[in-house]
Write a protein that binds this ligand. Sequence first.
Ligand SMILES: NC(=O)c1ccc[n+]([C@@H]2O[C@H](COP(=O)([O-])OP(=O)(O)OC[C@H]3O[C@@H](n4cnc5c(N)ncnc54)[C@H](O)[C@@H]3O)[C@@H](O)[C@H]2O)c1
Length: 310
Amino acid sequence: MSRILIVGSEGQIGSQLSKALSNRDDFDCLFLCDIKEKSRTDLNYFKVDALSYDDLKKFINDNKINEVYHLAAILSAKGEKDPMRTWNLNMNSLFNVLKLAKEGIIEKVFWPSSIAVFGNNNPKNDTPQFSDKEPITSYGISKLAGENWCKYYNKTYGTDIRSIRFPGVMSYDTLSGGGTTDYAVEIFHSFKSKKKYTSFLDRETTLPMIYIDDAIDGIIKLMRASKKKLRIQSSYNLSSFSMSPKMIVEELKKIDNKFQADYAPDYRQTIADSWPNTIDDTYAREDWDWNSKYDFKKTINHILSKLALI
Ligand SMILES: NC(=O)c1ccc[n+]([C@@H]2O[C@H](COP(=O)([O-])OP(=O)(O)OC[C@H]3O[C@@H](n4cnc5c(N)ncnc54)[C@H](O)[C@@H]3O)[C@@H](O)[C@H]2O)c1
């Protein structure tokens, strides 16, 4: 049975992954860690800096952890404010985890990549698993390098590192941490407080997105899949639905036609323009039965009902 650690547990994905895992009974023990002083949960939380190999190793050894979900990172938009800090956290924390896997201290790792590995030269529609990758952000560069290192460790040292290239994640209770698709979370909070929302992406900018419940389901499915079936040793393309800011605004106006939004694209527009519109996730579907349960409408309705807005 697994003894699990989520690193970066207090972020948008970690906070929901910890909730989902704590409701399951197919593992022995769940530990959370982050750089933050406290957890928002009442689960088993410890402050650990993923950049300290010694601290991470001691914590993992002391608690006999054998499965790690390594989520700590600086995301795409925030990452451009300090590209070298982004590279440092995203790469060196990953190297710490990879080293623990190589040493046999941990048996299985989940590490998320992102559609930010793609750039301007790949097909925008149904972007294939093995398309060109020329990321334009420090974040995307770190994710692409990370993917290649995961593959290298798996092939060279026989580690079991599994990864998904996530689209933008939509959730309702934890604000996202500085990504290019954050507008899709922020807009609901403006709507709730009856404030006008100014989108930092233009109205028609269409990007691949995924609802948090589907994202968590994908992580758990991939981690429970048979290793023999996994053909992708770097990171799996994953797709759910695609949408633009205008599409959400139209849905919100149907509920309250006084809701106001306008568009003031900033530096994040250039990042968004370099990303795919839609993703081909055939490998994930074939290798570990990936299937999204939330389309655009279902996602909007779920968020609205969770925020008690419908
Ligand atoms: N949210 C998305 O839309 C999205 C999309 C694609 C990929 N991802 C990836 O998923 C992962 C999680 O994303 P998220 O949205 O939850 O990010 P987030 O910014 O909300 O959370 C990251 C967490 O890592 C923690 N952290 C930072 N430095 C740390 C350190 N040195 N040691 C320990 N913890 C540290 C932060 O305090 C934060 O709680 C990231 O790797 C991200 O690149 C996210």
